[in-house]
Write a protein that binds this ligand. Structure first.
Ligand SMILES: [Fe+2]
Ligand SMILES: [Fe+2]
Ligand SMILES: [Fe+2]
Length: 326
């Protein structure tokens, strides 16, 4: 993570916000990957802020969601400054042992807290951004304390060697698992594609809020699909990852860096085929699994995507209805 301390002008501010955004995207994935690689309801710790015994996996997911909101805030500020926010990310790593992931997460939190707190602004130049950085850094301080308590508890209780899930090769060969991996990859892509349009239309509150709602729905689908992969004997895949000699996986491109569409019409037009593709894949996947929880969940995602398809058709038709709407 690059250090940007003296934020004296527009250029330096864009640099700082871009470094921050690349970090926030990375951790919004990394924590979800770490969480969905460990068992549910198995490792607990006493949370120093929540004041309760808490599931490490569940809290790691919650922190990942906080990071997504941080990314959204940085992206909106950049857009307001006339910059198209980047979806480039810092590297994402998954280690074989759970505690190594949690230690890495704690270290990342310390680094980013230092970045946000060390930024020096000329007095009164960017007061709102400065305030935002202090507010976000308070979340990062909390996250750091939470991750530290998690790995200290696991180590202290003799669970330091507990490993992340490994995909079962037999499960990987099943058609429904292959489809679910493809669906999960697409859900992740669509979450960010919708967010890109949230940035693009951030001055049009009606449209950006509608697109944001769909982005959140897709984030939930991504999250639920990751849980289903575990139930089927597999595990959430790190896109474009390399396997390193220590057994860890590293990716510098866990999501696409660019999304199509530059104006209202071209942006809205790209979402309809994306929703259609998701619908077709969910129909196929739901038909392959026996009646039960997994089929129920896949059918729920299918239904929500059909609703999105309806909404997107209307958004496009309504955008074309009004002359002069940019
Ligand atoms: Fe953050
Ligand atoms: Fe954080
Ligand atoms: Fe959708």
């Amino acid at each position: 993570m690059e250090k940007v301390t003296k934020v004296a002008d527009h250029e330096k501010l864009v640099k700082l916000l871009t470094v921050a955004l690349e970090h926030e995207w990375a951790v919004s994935f990394e924590y979800i990957f770490h969480a969905y690689s460990m068992p549910k309801g198995t490792h607990f710790y006493q949370d120093p802020v929540l004041g309760q015994k808490t599931d490490i996996r569940a809290q790691t997911i919650q922190i990942g969601i906080d990071e997504m909101y941080h990314a959204l805030q940085f992206g909106l500020v950049l857009k307001k400054m006339g910059i198209s926010p980047s979806f480039k990310t810092d590297e994402v790593i998954r280690y074989p042992r759970i505690v190594d992931n949690l230690k890495r997460d704690k270290g990342t939190e310390d680094l980013v807290t230092a970045l946000y707190q060390a930024a020096e602004f000329p007095e009164g130049r960017y007061p709102e951004v400065e305030n935002m950085l202090w507010n976000i850094s308070a979340d990062e301080v909390r996250h750091g304390r939470q991750f530290q308590a998690m790995f200290e508890t696991m180590t202290g209780e003799g669970a330091g060697e507990a490993c992340c899930f490994k995909p079962d090769p037999q499960a990987e060969r099943k058609e429904e698992v292959r489809l679910l991996h493809e669906l999960t990859r697409m859900e992740n892509e669509v979450v960010h594609r919708y967010l890109f349009y949230v940035f693009l239309f951030s001055e049009h509150q009606d449209l950006s809020q509608r697109l944001f709602k769909n982005s959140i729905d897709h984030m939930r689908h991504w999250d639920k699909n990751a849980g289903m992969l575990v139930q089927l004997g597999s595990v959430l895949r790190l896109e474009n990852a390399e396997l390193r000699p220590d057994g860890s996986e590293r990716s510098v491109k866990p999501m696409p860096g660019l999304y199509p569409g530059t104006d209202r019409r071209s942006a809205l037009e790209t979402l309809i085929p994306a929703e259609d593709r998701l619908i077709a894949l969910y129909e196929k996947a739901a038909g392959l699994v026996p009646p039960g929880d997994i089929r129920g969940q896949l059918s729920f995602h299918l239904a929500q995507n059909r609703e999105h398809r309806f909404t997107q058709d209307s958004l496009l038709a309504n955008a074309l209805r009004i002359k002069g709407l940019k």
